[in-house]
Design a protein around this ligand. Structure first.
Ligand SMILES: NC(=O)c1ccc[n+]([C@@H]2O[C@H](COP(=O)([O-])OP(=O)(O)OC[C@H]3O[C@@H](n4cnc5c(N)ncnc54)[C@H](OP(=O)(O)O)[C@@H]3O)[C@@H](O)[C@H]2O)c1
Length: 266
């Protein structure tokens, strides 16, 4: 892990908490702020400050939430596993890592106490949960990995979302948060399998705020063998979510846990 962190320029820095960062000096020059965080929390060389983020995971009791939580904990993050039931969150947290680095809490407390929050709930419960948490999520980056996918006798298919995508739906109910789409194609099976030491794929990161997408790319980079790649504005997230249905088909045909690689971007 040390080699990976050093490669990412993260190994030897002392990072202040995002809330305590000085006013933006560099940054993208587009938004100036990432929610409550100064823009330079996301940009190189201060991308290293990503390492200090406390990450909350809504629906963190599920496979995807536990998988992302586990890998980010292994990368050094403080993780708060969220659930509709605090007891269930605590039990799941114990399988992800050890306190005080990894703890469990009700979703609302995870949202309140984290710097950045990943929404890892099924599409069916996504809109209502986020709308109910708009207050504690205000001023924060919310990373949406939700794939609106259905299954029938012919396999997986994309479910139409009125707002265009689950991520846009999140943005609609969270007007005071900065929503970024990411981690749609990373298999929970692989995230949870400690024998997988190199996930070997790109994470497509979408959003309308350059500083926020830069930060989430840096967060993705912290997973072993993963590169965060900017892939467009939030309005383009629908096809990214829908593509998961194609990956499910790939997985079924080839008995795999397929991920994506983008070519020719260095
Ligand atoms: N699994 C994967 O490989 C994978 C990969 C990429 C993206 N994703 C996406 O990540 C999300 C989570 O996937 P998952 O496989 O972890 O799903 P999951 O296990 O079905 O659900 C995750 C958690 O969401 C909570 N939840 C369930 N129904 C809810 C509702 N109606 N309202 C609020 N919370 C609810 C549950 O936690 P509590 O009961 O404890 O609250 C559950 O443990 C999905 O949107 C999926 O598309 C999954």
């Amino acid at each position: 892990m040390t080699t990976r962190l050093r490669r990412a320029g993260l190994a030897s820095r002392a990072f202040p908490s995002p809330a305590g960062l000085p006013a933006a000096a560099g940054g993208s020059g587009r938004s100036g702020k990432i929610g409550n965080m100064p823009a330079d929390a996301a940009t190189s060389p201060s991308a290293g400050r990503t390492a200090q983020l406390t990450v909350g995971v809504l629906g963190g009791t599920g496979d995807q939430g536990r998988g992302l939580g586990r890998r980010l904990a292994q990368a050094g993050h403080r993780i708060i596993i969220g659930s509709r039931d605090a007891g269930r969150a605590e039990a799941a947290a114990a399988s992800v890592g050890d306190p005080p680095q990894v703890t469990g809490a009700a979703n609302a407390d995870a949202a309140r106490d984290a710097d950045l929050v990943i929404a890892a709930v099924p599409y069916e419960g996504h809109q209502a949960l986020l709308a109910a948490l708009a207050g504690p999520l205000a001023g924060k980056i919310v990373v949406d990995c939700v794939n609106p996918i259905g299954f029938d006798s012919r396999g997986a298919y994309a479910v139409p979302v009125p707002e265009g995508s689950a991520a846009q739906q999140a943005a609609a109910v969270l007007p005071d948060s900065t929503v970024v789409g990411a981690f749609h194609h990373v298999s929970a099976v692989q995230l949870l399998d400690d024998s997988v030491t190199d996930l070997g794929q790109d994470v497509l990161v979408l959003g309308d705020d350059r500083a926020a997408t830069d930060l989430v790319q840096a967060l993705a980079d912290r997973l072993p063998g993963v590169r965060g790649v900017y892939a467009g504005r939030l309005r383009n997230c629908g096809q990214i979510e829908a593509l998961t249905a194609n990956l499910v088909s790939v997985n079924r045909r080839y008995k795999a846990h397929a991920g994506l690689r983008v070519t020719d971007i260095g």
